[in-house]
Design a protein around this ligand. Structure first.
Ligand code: GCU
Length: 433
């Protein structure tokens, strides 16, 4: 099988449930896990513009930030097409939850083009309060019904990636999948701490497989005769990030929510997504990356764990086509992920790793925070805390989060846990309250 048609790569991936080398993108070198084998590299300085000018003031950073944002959009995640997509808001259900301490609400956000409709369903929990509350928003992997076993939550009817068990049958969720991601969504904890939580199934926005962008939100923006995004236009991660911004649009209309204090969070591919959402949309007041790895917080140029070539081959739809030119060619990158973290400045940002998650390069995730620190300091904040950033990562389970950039490395594997949420809530308390 060849993959001259990109969709075939994804079809093979899904059918085999495994990673597959796609001939179009060449043979992927085996993953390196040895620090000694990292190629020599120099990281670009976020405070030096493309023309060599050094940024020395907050005013100059505004232009440099725009330059960097455009670089990430053009070369990696893809730009949003200039396209008007009005969203219709429909409240589907409202109910009391947690002994009346909170409201659970479902809201449909619907986009229409001609005969086609796309409905993205937000599940929102709001603690009862006499004043507007801050919120956490993030996408989920398996449908809103997986975040709690509450039977009142609508079972998601859309395409799902096959799971390791029988809970997804013929790419559709079954009743047995209710609550299966509850450990990743400690909503009770957030409510107790006074935060609203909003979540949406990422596949509502764009199903997570490579069909050359025929489904999901992308076709709603095609111009006459266009059949797929251009090489510098949005891939799936940028589409998912777009969806997060639509949630924020809705939250801005909801008087019970303090929309100036909304944190965006995500795990793994959805951590890459929360970072891009936070970079592209400065209304997000705090940004959290949980185990986001390659394409998220981890430095590309370290080429350890998952590489650019690997990710572009396994998931050809996540980034824009321009990103493929960096396959096994990280040296050609004129940007790296510490500059993505710097795009959040001076807003608080939190990056979290897990010890066993070597695929995501925990050290590379931490170093992105270290090398973003000078931008935070230029903007008058304390960056990673203290007088200067500490290059050595903190000890396991000892968050380094006193500054505007927070970081921890947790015991255990690739996952988002109650422990992780506790740190995010503590961080949000420090910056929001
Ligand atoms: C794969 C992929 C990662 C991604 C992860 C996930 O492991 O290689 O880049 O973060 O899936 O999203 O679960």
């Amino acid at each position: 099988m060849t993959c001259s048609v990109r969709g075939l790569c994804a079809a093979a991936l899904i059918a085999m449930g495994t990673l597959w080398d796609c001939p179009t993108f060449g043979q992927v070198p085996p993953a390196n896990y040895d620090e000694a084998l990292i190629p020599k590299f120099t990281l670009p300085d976020p405070l030096v513009c493309a023309d060599g000018t050094r940024v020395t003031s907050a005013e100059q950073w505004t232009a440099r930030r725009a330059e960097l944002l455009d670089l990430f959009a053009t070369e990696m995640y893809g730009k949003l097409p200039a396209c008007d997509l009005p969203v219709k808001v429909t409240r589907v259900s409202d109910g009391d939850i947690f002994d009346g301490k909170a409201t659970r609400r479902e809201v449909d956000l619907t986009v229409t083009k001609g005969d086609h409709q796309l409905t993205m369903t937000l599940l929102l929990y709001i603690p009862k309060s006499d004043k507007p509350v801050p919120a956490f928003v993030g996408l989920n992997f398996g449908g809103n019904h997986t975040v709690s076993d509450d039977p009142a939550i609508t079972l998601n009817p859309n395409w799902m990636r096959p799971g390791k068990d029988e809970r997804v049958v013929d790419n559709r969720a079954t009743e047995a999948s209710r609550g299966t991601a509850a450990s990743r969504w400690p909503i009770d904890l957030a409510i107790e701490r006074g935060y609203a939580v909003g979540t949406m199934y990422y596949g509502d926005i764009d199903p997570d497989f490579d069909d050359d962008f025929q489904n999901g939100i992308h076709p709603f923006c095609y111009g006459d005769g266009q059949t797929k995004p251009a090489a510098d236009q949005w891939g799936s991660i940028a589409a998912w990030a777009w969806g997060l911004s639509r949630i924020l649009d809705y939250l801005e209309t909801e008087p019970q929510i303090d929309a100036k204090h909304v944190a965006v969070l995500g795990h793994s591919r959805l951590g890459k997504t929360s970072l891009w959402a936070g970079a592209a949309d400065e209304r997000f007041a705090l940004v959290i990356s949980n185990n986001s790895g390659c394409g998220g917080a981890a430095l590309n140029k370290r080429v350890i764990g998952e590489s650019v070539h690997r990710i572009n081959t396994s998931f050809p739809h996540w980034f824009c086509d321009n990103f493929v030119k960096y396959n096994s060619n990280e040296a050609a990158l004129t940007f790296d992920q510490h500059e993505l973290i710097a795009l959040m400045a001076p807003r608080p940002v939190y990056v979290a790793s897990a010890v066993e998650d070597t695929w995501a390069d925990p050290k590379g995730e931490y170093l992105s925070c270290v090398y973003a620190d000078p931008v935070y300091r230029l903007l008058g904040t304390d960056g990673l805390g203290g007088d200067a950033p500490i290059v050595e990562p903190p000890a396991i389970d000892q968050p380094r989060a006193s500054g505007r950039i927070g970081y921890h490395i947790r015991t255990g594997k690739h996952d988002i846990t109650r422990y992780d949420w506790e740190q995010y809530l503590n961080f949000a308390d420090r910056h929001f309250r």
